[in-house]
Design a protein around this ligand. Structure first.
Ligand code: ZN
Ligand code: ZN
Length: 345
């Protein structure tokens, strides 16, 4: 708690210093601000006014984005082109399925509990389970960290099995909404972004995964689902564009839990399963390749690196990219981007 307060205080002090330095330009979320200039302080430097929207697209094979191209996936390409991005990030090493990877995104941990991981190895809806029971001890999440610092959080998901997280961090998730209707879910999330100033929102959509299991990953029906998902993302971007409080302060972090090809995505040794996109987009973010911006992170090309040695960008970096953007200390017990050294500018 002391540590959090210290971080918050120094962030506030920095924000004051920056206000003086920039002649008092106001970045408060509740007030319309001038369009951000290139000299504007980075979101991390601005401290408490920054908000984060993490988006996970369930079962997104990056080849579908490439196949659709700029014309048919304009929103993905806008994020890739304007953001700090890569189409060659990695999932967790141990598994390429939904709950284990989302738990990694939320905790910044690997999966294997014997090595400090979160221990969530199942992927179905199991009432009564929690991440803490899986790990055998207390496990914090990005929700915990944000909530401890006085921030508000929300989790929007299309799958009921995400109730695992509501059970695991009941105090720290201020709003938990499940709606299997994708459009309705995204609409609710967009409305919440406008209506409520939350520091951290996690949005999970799964049209591609559903189409993949029904018709085959990378089938025409699947690629069409990715195209429809692009359209949904486009509605989110439009909401951000139309509200200065969002376009000035909201940073989007987008990734996927796994890819997929053919009937499944569970073979963790296949490139098409373990390769995912990762991008950061919004005020203060430099449009560049994430690996070019981060020489300490190593582009794995087609390989599947373990957690030893130089790391690729991983979907589990979401947790600490979020804490870093918000000017908070890392998620306690986290391993991925625990130094908060993954940069987007
Ligand atoms: Zn999944
Ligand atoms: Zn799936």
């Amino acid at each position: 708690m002391t540590r959090v307060n210290l971080v918050r205080s120094s962030a506030a002090a920095l924000a004051v210093a920056l206000l003086v330095a920039t002649g008092g330009a106001c970045h408060a979320a509740t007030q319309p601000a001038a369009p951000s200039a290139s000299s504007a302080p980075s979101p991390a430097e601005r401290g408490t006014s920054t908000r984060v929207l993490a988006i996970s697209i369930d079962g997104l094979n990056v080849n579908a984005i490439r196949q659709l191209g700029h014309d048919e996936a304009p929103s993905f390409y806008r994020l890739l082109d304007e953001g700090a991005s890569t189409l060659n990030a990695r999932t967790e090493y141990e598994q390429t399925v939904t709950l284990p990877n989302h738990t990694g995104m939320l905790t910044g941990r690997r999966i294997d509990r014997r090595k400090g991981g979160h221990g969530v190895t199942w992927d179905d809806d199991r009432p009564g389970t929690t991440v803490q029971k899986a790990a055998g001890h207390a496990v914090a999440s990005v929700f915990t960290r944000v909530h401890q610092s006085g921030g508000s959080t929300a989790l929007f998901s299309t799958k009921t099995k995400f109730s695992l997280y509501a059970r695991s961090w009941p105090q720290a998730i201020d709003r938990f909404t499940v709606d299997e209707n994708q459009q309705a879910l995204v609409r609710k999330a967009r409305q919440d972004l406008v209506d409520t100033t939350r520091e951290f929102t996690f949005l999970h959509v799964s049209l591609p995964d559903r189409a993949g299991h029904a018709s085959g990953f990378m089938s025409p029906a699947y690629v069409d689902a990715v195209k429809r998902t692009d359209h949904l993302i486009g509605t989110v971007l439009r909401t951000i564009d139309e509200h200065a409080a969002l376009s000035d302060d909201l940073v989007v972090v987008l990734t996927a839990d796994h890819g997929g090809k053919g009937v499944s995505h569970s073979d963790r040794t296949k490139l098409y399963n373990y390769r995912v996109p990762f991008l950061v987009w919004g005020p203060g973010v430099t449009a560049d390749d994430l690996y070019d911006l981060n020489p300490d992170y190593v582009d794995p090309h087609k390989l599947r690196p373990t957690y030893a040695g130089p790391q690729p960008v991983r979907n589990g970096d979401v947790a600490n990219v979020a804490t870093d953007l918000l000017g908070l200390a890392k998620v306690p017990g986290s391993e991925l981007d625990a130094a908060q050294d993954l940069t987007w500018n």
